[in-house]
Design a protein around this ligand. Structure first.
Ligand SMILES: [Zn+2]
Length: 143
């Protein structure tokens, strides 16, 4: 996997900062944290590897080894700076295929709806058999 993908917006951080209205606030050379300076959530930030890693399922190397400690460090800082109760962390990947964690400091009563908002309104429960088949398949993949 190349370190940079010229077609990837997040591999061109100056362009990404302009596009999202971001300010780069921290890097350790492996990860960088950028805060989006507009929108309904003050302190909304992107944590992304400097190296082009498309999806969470592609994490490896130094990024995989440091992800947990970096995530804890930056979310503690965001929580403290925002005076937030907690920090939501969401990973998608279907719009920008360069792994990034969307970090949203959350206070009770703010603009964030939390976990249930990830579901399409009125989504039906999957059949119980599908849940059971998944557990079986996952067990094989985790072995
Ligand atoms: Zn990239």
């Amino acid at each position: 996997m190349p370190d940079r993908d010229p077609d990837c917006l997040l591999c061109r951080p100056d362009d990404a900062d302009r596009f999202f209205g971001r300010t780069r606030v921290w890097t350790d050379g492996t990860w960088r944290l950028s805060v989006v300076g507009r929108g309904p959530v003050v302190g909304f930030a992107h944590l992304e590897p400097v190296r082009h890693i498309p999806f969470v399922t592609d994490l490896d190397g130094a990024e995989a080894a440091t992800f947990g400690s970096v995530l804890a460090r930056v979310t503690r800082a965001l929580r403290a700076a925002a005076g937030a109760d907690l920090v939501y962390a969401a990973v998608f990947g279907d719009r920008v295929a360069h792994f990034h964690v969307n970090l949203a400091p959350h206070r009770s009563g703010d603009a964030l709806a939390g976990g249930p908002a990830m579901l399409v309104p009125g989504a039906a429960d999957a059949p119980a058999a599908e849940h059971q088949e998944f557990l079986t398949a996952l067990g094989h993949h985790l072995d």
